[in-house]
Design a protein around this ligand. Structure first.
Ligand SMILES: [Zn+2]
Length: 379
């Protein structure tokens, strides 16, 4: 399992219809909502005696990507993606090719009671042909054993790409916890950090469409390793195509993390992990005041965590033995080499800092940009 945590150490107009489709050989009721570029289908299914279910994803001629969100209906059950088959029957993804050493999608890792797949991931995984795609999904237990007859809530999303594949916009709802929208210093720092985030993304053709709102959510945010009712309810307030960022004071009672993303990629629909959580206080350096350097780091934290949510792994994990699935990020194998090769990359696992300041982290490779542009939430 890959960490989605960005450590602060060291140094550091809706159409609704109901249709029946064939999936897993059974007639199923499918609830369909179409909102412009994005079509969202909700259904229920269960794994067979082998612990696996097959989902059909109908891709129209003008649609360019799809997402599959899974939630297990019983506890201690972990849904994952096993394999993806194109309409001509070719296997284009098998989970065991992308486990541990090289990571393509968090959907193959049993991390929680829900799971999100967005396809294609890389430039070379597309473009997709239209027709019926098949996604094999599994439910496993704590020890990785397949679980038969397990209920799954499924959300299948397909989208067109009106702006073209090399331009994209991401719609983000930034929600302040515990009336932090009334705190002048938090709002000043956050708004300045959003401008840094906007600048970093704009250089790569990613437009940020952002709204902010207050809430009475507790200021100590969950670390998203399990499903949270608070996060579920807050994420259900949005649309099927937006991302949520929750800004609180601490995460899991501490200042150890600047921010955490609820998946690589993260869910677009209502989910108990459907957010990025951010500790404003960790980003302010713990003293409650934002310096200019704090603001830059806060902006890069937002861009980094939402980058995870849009499907980006760290190019190399801290530990130097696991990498992303991209050909154009270096395969460095030691701390010094990795900080040298990748220390300025937006998705480096931690800020690289000297005595006085930290290296700006705002670089994305063409391969990384390609991933973010293909995420189902990037329109
Ligand atoms: Zn990270």
């Amino acid at each position: 399992m890959k960490s989605q945590l960005r450590p602060s150490l060291p140094l550091l107009a809706l159409l609704v219809s109901v249709a029946c489709v064939e999936a897993s050989g059974k007639k199923q009721k499918v609830d369909v909502v179409s909102d412009g570029a994005l079509t969202t289908r909700r259904l229920s299914t269960s794994t067979g005696s082998n612990g696996i279910a097959t989902l059909e994803v109908p891709l129209a001629d003008d649609e360019t990507s799809f997402g599959v969100y899974l939630r297990a209906t019983s506890g201690a059950a972990y849904p994952t993606t096993e394999a993806i088959y194109s309409p001509d029957g070719a296997m284009v993804l098998s989970w065991d090719q992308w486990y541990d050493e090289y990571s393509l999608t968090g959907a193959v890792y049993p991390e929680a009671a829900d799971s999100m797949l967005s396809w294609p991931v890389r430039v070379e995984d597309g473009p997709l042909s239209s027709g019926s795609w098949q996604v094999e999904v599994a439910v496993t237990d704590d020890n990785g054993n397949y679980m038969a007859n397990q209920g799954l809530e499924v959300v299948i999303q397909t989208r067109t790409d009106p702006g073209g594949i090399d331009a994209g916009s991401v719609t983000v709802r930034l929600v302040y916890a515990e009336d932090l929208d009334q705190d002048e210093e938090v709002v000043r720092g956050t708004e300045a950090a959003i401008e840094r985030w906007r600048e970093v993304w704009a250089a790569y053709g990613l437009e940020l469409v952002l709204s902010t709102e207050g809430s009475d959510i507790d200021g100590d945010l969950p670390s998203l390793d399990g499903l949270s009712n608070t996060v579920y309810e807050a994420s259900a307030q949005g649309t099927d195509g937006d991302l949520m960022v929750l800004v609180g004071e601490t995460i899991d009672g501490s200042l150890d993390a600047y921010g955490i993303a609820g998946g690589i990629p993260g869910p677009l629909v209502e989910s108990g992990r459907g957010t990025v959580v951010i500790s404003w206080l960790a980003n302010a350096g713990g003293d409650g005041r934002f310096s200019d350097d704090d603001i830059r780091l806060y902006g890069e934290t937002l861009a980094h965590e939402v980058g995870h949510y849009a499907g980006l792994f760290h190019p190399v994990e801290d530990g130097w033995g696991a990498w992303d699935a991209l050909d154009d990020t270096p395969r460095c194998q030691a701390r010094g080499a990795c900080e040298g090769d990748l220390g300025d990359n937006l998705m480096f696992p931690y800020p690289v800092c000297g005595w006085n300041d930290c290296t700006p982290q705002d670089v994305l490779s063409d391969g990384q940009i390609g991933v973010a542009q293909r995420y189902t939430g990037t329109l």
